[in-house]
Write a protein that binds this ligand. Structure first.
Ligand code: 3HC
Ligand code: NAI
Length: 695
């Protein structure tokens, strides 16, 4: 075996050369990999005792793409285009041997080879769109030539990988092999040599793209079908344009067009934000004082206390991951009601084709409902989701303390209560941790894990690991009112209320945020959640929210009563602005002595989002979040912050903290309101000309 570079080896199996990439963890196409592939292919082509080449990978996967950490840095030779050209135009057959995931540049390498074999568990795809990019090494030109235009559009614009079976069906791979992959690929190469098969260069295939030529409706219809999901993103449109070029231009012209469209994306703010976010998400898994090798408890069985809105959704997460879960309720009626909702949710998913009727039964079969607390005595983790009242929570935890296994993790889904106080109801506060799910708990990806003062490293490692296992993105936060997400949301809510009194209307405020990229604005969101909940809390506490209170007094509780801040037509969730509400707003403003004025969209946006950033700065100062990027992960996965704007802290850095701070000071001067006092960390970084994310 010869080492071509630090990450590429050249080996021989008879007359077949085997080039193996070994660049852990995911064999990304770093400079030394590209160089190794180029030099290895050159050496094999020059060696007269070699008939064909197999390109394989060591470790857990085939090449998973370009090395994302190299983007934005000066390019280093050789470029991927050069390497792929060398592979495809070479005189000897090259066979890609795929296991794990051949993604992005990895799939582009495979498509430059003359044939592709894969193990059955392999998956292939172009996830570039998720980084705000397009497959920039001829993927948009080669994929439609093997898979057809419709399949290429679907794969490249969704970014989702497909299975080996699907890839075989669509001509993306040529064979699924059993047993030892390299041996099978070598056998495939020997057969190609023996049969003197002409080299299959995808660039020369025209049939599948020709089928779409002169049919612009294919693209028009596709654009329409993805318009909703792709709103605000820049990359999907460029992906489509590149595939159009594959259909309408000769191969080399198409390649040029792909390049232009790729470079445009590479330099776009959207891609910069999405690439930042890729690493932010992975960074959130790292906890400085709880290293990756901290033993986490293996969760074989879970318990959930309470089968209400959240408890049912939380139980579904476990069942979806194949983990048996026992749900405890106070009464049989509450239990039956809760489990019926779970079943209904599963049946809706099945009716939409997400899984089969048998899957519904399988998942329901993993959920056991009971009113007997002893049923959670062997659970490895118990998550409490009962009423949000401290005495109830404490009673539940005291009771759990007497029943749960000594090493079980005891978790609370509280959204506002002090996790430390809840933990104090047990004799094992080290086993207690917050697991703050977001509603609907079976859908939303964010999981804020709340570290109590005494939470053990095992409890933390377990909450993080089990969160990932059930498909969530866990972010560790500290104890404070509202934790990270809701604490920041509260600041935005305060300004939303002020803005409508000062002159804006709910639909204007909401539109500013939906134009920014949020799925919904604060008023439409309140109507969805129901205005009565907050009203009842305010009445209990003796506090007021003048406009919301007046709306509630009319029995307008939001969507469920056909009206709240907006009016809704029966069976339709579309918010319609309402004159009656406008009148209430104007009345309340007048009674408070406020002179309403037109408010520009820019001011609305800044007044809604700057206070969130400022609160984020306080959260960092108080060490409630480990790092600024964790706050961004929370906002993207928990609240629909558009990922192409990175998250509030990244976004603030792009604006420049000085400009943000100065704006706040102006408002402070105008209004005399301390609300606008910049947080010390914001002020300090602004003075230093730095951002939250600067190292
Ligand atoms: N470049 C650089 N680093 C990468 C990387 C890449 N393409 N893909 C993964 N990594 C790093 C991660 O940051 C992580 O590092 P860490 O351990 O220090 O945090 C490590 O590899 C492991 O990654 P994951 O935690 O994500 O591992 P998983 O096993 O969960 O997932 C994966 C593996 C499915 C390959 C996933 O990492 C992934 O989706 N990677 C990105 C794939 C991608 O987007 N490829 C396209 C790149 S763009 C491109 O190819 C452009 C081309 O068209 C020119
Ligand atoms: P819910 O009122 O829908 O459900 C609570 C359930 O707990 C009820 O079914 C009730 O019968 C049951 N229950 C009450 N006391 C019990 C006890 N002693 N033993 C067993 N079961 C008991 O409430 P929801 O909305 O599910 O909230 C639960 C928790 O989740 C609260 O702490 C809440 O703050 C939190 N949360 C709620 C979110 C939401 O959007 N609804 C979002 C995130 C957290």
């Amino acid at each position: 075996m010869t080492a071509i570079t630090e990450s590429v080896d050249l080996d021989r199996r008879g007359r077949i050369a085997v080039l193996t990439v070994n660049n852990p963890p995911v064999n990304a196409l770093s400079q030394h990999v590209r160089q190794g592939l180029r030099d290895g292919v050159r050496a094999a082509n020059a060696d007269t005792s070699v008939d064909a080449i197999v390109l394989a990978c060591a470790g857990r996967t085939f090449i998973a793409g370009a090395d994302i950490s190299e983007f934005g840095k000066p390019p280093r030779e050789p470029g991927l285009h050069e390497v792929l050209d060398l592979i495809e135009r070479g005189p000897k057959p090259v066979v890609a041997a795929i296991h794990g995931t051949a993604l992005g540049g990895g799939l582009e390498v495979a498509l430059a080879c003359h044939w592709r074999v894969a193990v059955k568990s392999a998956r292939v795809g172009f996830p570039e769109v998720k980084l705000g990019l397009l497959p920039g090494a001829l993927g948009t030109q080669r994929l439609p030539r093997v898979a057809g235009v419709e399949k290429a559009l679907q794969m490249i614009v969704s970014g989702d990988p497909i299975t080996a079976d699907d890839a075989l069906k669509h001509g993306v791979i040529d064979e699924i092999v059993d047993g030892d992959l390299t041996a099978a690929a070598v056998a495939f190469a020997e057969k190609v040599v023996r049969e003197k098969s002409p080299l299959r260069k995808i660039r020369d295939l025209d049939e599948k793209v020709a089928a779409a030529r002169g049919k612009p409706e294919i693209f028009a219809n596709f654009r329409k079908s993805v318009a909703r999901q792709t709103r605000g993103f820049r990359a999907p449109e460029n992906c489509i344009k590149a595939i159009e070029a594959a259909v309408n231009l000769p191969f080399d012209e198409g390649v040029k067009r792909e390049r232009e469209l790729f470079v445009e994306l590479l330099n776009s703010p959207e891609s910069k934000a999405q690439r930042y976010f890729f690493f932010a998400e992975r960074e959130a898994a790292k906890i400085p004082d709880v290293p990756a090798d901290t033993p986490a408890k293996d969760i074989k069985k879970a318990g959930v206390i309470g089968a209400g809105t959240m408890g049912g959704g939380i139980a579904m997460n476990f069942a979806n991951a194949g983990i048996p879960v026992t749900v405890v309720e106070v009464t049989k009626e509450a239990l039956d009601r809760g489990l019926a909702v779970v079943r209904k949710n599963y049946e809706i998913s099945a009716s939409r084709g997400r899984f089969t009727a048998a899957d519904v039964e399988k998942r329901m079969g993993l959920i056991t409902g009971t009113t007997d607390w002893n049923a959670v005595k062997d659970a490895d983790i118990v998550i409490e989701a009962v009423f949000e009242e401290m005495p109830v929570k404490k009673e539940v935890f005291a009771r759990l303390d007497g029943i749960a296994k000594p090493d079980a993790v005891l978790a609370t889904n509280t959204s506002t209560l002090d996790v430390n106080e809840i933990a104090s109801a047990t004799k094992r506060p080290e086993s207690v941790i917050g697991t703050h799910f977001f509603s609907p708990a079976n859908v939303m990806r964010l999981l804020e894990n709340v570290r109590g003062a005494k939470s053990s490293k095992t409890a933390i490692a377990t909450a993080m690991a089990v969160g990932r296992r059930i498909g969530k993105v866990p972010v560790l936060v500290g104890v404070c009112y509202g934790f990270v997400g809701n604490r920041m949301l509260h600041q935005r809510g305060l300004q939303a209320e002020k803005l409508i009194l000062e002159g804006a209307l709910p639909h204007q405020v909401d539109k500013v945020l939906t134009d920014f990229g949020f799925p919904m604005g604060p008023f439409a969101m309140s109507d969805l959640a129901g205005l009565d909940v907050g009203w009842r809390i305010r009445k209990g506490r003796g506090t007021k929210s003048p406009v919301a209170d007046r709306i509630c007094e009319l029995g307008r509780f939001g969507q469920k009563t056909g009206g709240g801040y907006y009016t809704y037509e029966s069976g339709d969730r579309k918010p319609i602005p309402d004159n009656e509400v406008e009148k209430i707003i104007v009345d309340v403003a007048t009674s408070m002595g406020i002179t309403r004025r037109p408010i520009a969209d820019e001011e609305i946006l800044q007044r809604l989002l700057y206070p969130m950033v400022n609160e984020g700065a306080k959260i960092l100062e108080e060490k409630i979040a480990i790092r600024a990027s964790d706050i961004d992960v929370i906002w993207v996965y928990g609240y629909g912050w558009p990922v192409y704007r990175g998250g509030p802290m990244f976004w603030a850095d792009q604006i420049g903290l000085k400009s943000l701070r100065d704006r706040m000071l102006e408002w402070k001067k105008q209004s005399g309101d301390d609300f606008w006092t910049p947080a010390p960390r914001l002020a300090r970084l602004a003075d230093q000309g730095k951002g939250f994310l600067d190292k």
